[in-house]
Write a protein that binds this ligand. Structure first.
Ligand SMILES: NC(=O)c1ccc[n+]([C@@H]2O[C@H](COP(=O)([O-])OP(=O)(O)OC[C@H]3O[C@@H](n4cnc5c(N)ncnc54)[C@H](OP(=O)(O)O)[C@@H]3O)[C@@H](O)[C@H]2O)c1
Length: 249
C-alpha cells in the first residue's frame, strides 16, 4: 500500500523547483512528507506549511546530501523519534550543476557535482534500502536528466552524475526487486525552475523541443507520483523521460 496515509516519503531538495512540486503532489496522494532541504530551511518550512494547510502531513529535515554522517544522524534521529513511521518512498531529487567545458573544469567542480548528485543518492539509497528490506516493500525514484541519457556539451560532470544515477537505478532494481522494492528514475529535459535560468542559449533549445515549450515541475511530479503508485506496481529499473519529445527514449 504505497499510498496509505501511514507511509512516509522523503523528498530530497524539496525546498524549491521540482522537489517542491513532488512534495506537494505526494502529500496530496496521501503520504506524510519529509520535506528535505540543505540551505533553504525557510523555503522548506513554507512547503511544509503549504502541505499542512491543504490537510496533509509533513515535517522538515535538513542535511547536506554529500555528507554521509549528516544524513545518518538526521534520519536516525528522526526515525528514532517516530518509531511508528516507515520510510516507504525515497525521492532522490536534490542536485546541482556546475557547467563548463572539460578542458577548464576544476577538480572542485567535478567533485562537488558527483558528491551531491551521485554520492548523495548512493548514501541515501543505502540507508533507506536497509530499512525497506526489513519490511519487504518500498519505492525509490531517482531524479536523473536528459543530459545523463544523451550527454551534453558543457556538462561533463553533471551528465556523468546523472548517467551514474540511471545505472544505479537499473542495478539496484535487479538487486532488490525480489524483496518487493521498486527503483525507477525520471529523466527531465528542460523544466522551468531556477536551475535552468543560467543555461546559455536556452531559447535556442526551446526551438528543438517537439512540444514547443519547457516542462513544468508539476509535470515531472505527476510522473513521480505515478511511479510511486500501485499503477506502477510492475515497473522497476526503468527511466521515464519527461522532455517534450526532445529525445525520444
Ligand atoms: N530544471 C531542469 O530543467 C532539470 C532537468 C533535468 C534534471 N533536473 C534535476 O531535477 C532536480 C531538481 O532540480 P530543480 O530544477 O528543481 O533545481 P533547484 O530548484 O535548484 O533545486 C535543487 C534542490 O537541491 C537541493 N540541494 C542542492 N545541493 C544540495 C546538497 N548538497 N544537499 C542537500 N540538498 C541539496 C537544494 O536544496 P537547498 O536549496 O535547501 O540547499 C534544492 O532544493 C535536480 O536533481 C536536477 O539535476 C532538473
Amino acid at each position: 500500500m504505497e499510498t496509505a496515509t501511514s507511509t512516509t516519503a522523503l523528498v530530497t531538495g524539496a525546498s524549491s523547483g521540482i522537489g517542491k512540486a513532488i512534495a506537494l503532489r505526494l502529500a496530496a496522494d496521501g503520504f506524510k512528507i519529509l520535506v528535505h532541504c540543505n540551505k533553504g530551511l525557510e523555503r522548506a518550512e513554507a512547503v511544509r506549511q503549504e502541505i499542512l494547510a491543504a490537510g496533509g502531513k509533513a515535517e522538515v529535515v535538513q542535511f547536506d546530501v554529500a555528507d554521509k554522517e549528516a544524513i545518518e544522524a538526521a534520519l536516525n534521529a528522526y526515525f528514532d523519534a517516530h518509531k511508528d513511521e516507515h520510510l516507504d518512498v525515497l525521492i532522490n531529487n536534490a542536485g546541482i550543476h556546475s557547467d563548463t567545458l572539460l578542458g577548464v573544469m576544476t577538480d572542485e567542480a567535478f567533485d562537488s557535482v558527483m558528491k551531491t548528485n551521485a554520492y548523495g543518492a548512493f548514501y541515501l539509497m543505502r540507508w533507506t534500502v536497509r530499512r525497506m528490506l526489513r519490511r519487504r516493500r518500498g519505492s525509490i525514484v531517482n531524479m536523473a536528466s536528459l543530459a545523463g541519457q544523451t550527454g551534453n556539451p558543457g556538462q561533463f560532470n553533471y551528465a556523468a552524475s546523472k548517467a551514474a544515477l540511471i545505472a544505479m537505478t537499473k542495478t539496484l532494481a535487479m538487486e532488490i526487486g525480489s524483496r518487493g522494492i521498486r527503483v525507477n528514475a525520471v529523466a527531465p529535459g528542460f523544466i522551468e525552475t531556477e536551475m535552468i535560468q543560467t543555461i546559455p542559449g536556452l531559447e535556442e533549445f526551446k526551438k528543438r523541443i517537439p512540444l514547443g515549450r519547457f516542462g513544468t515541475a508539476q509535470e515531472v511530479a505527476g510522473v513521480v507520483s505515478f511511479l510511486c503508485s500501485k499503477d506502477a506496481a510492475y515497473m522497476t529499473g526503468t527511466t521515464l523521460s519527461v522532455n517534450g519529445g526532445l529525445y525520444p527514449a
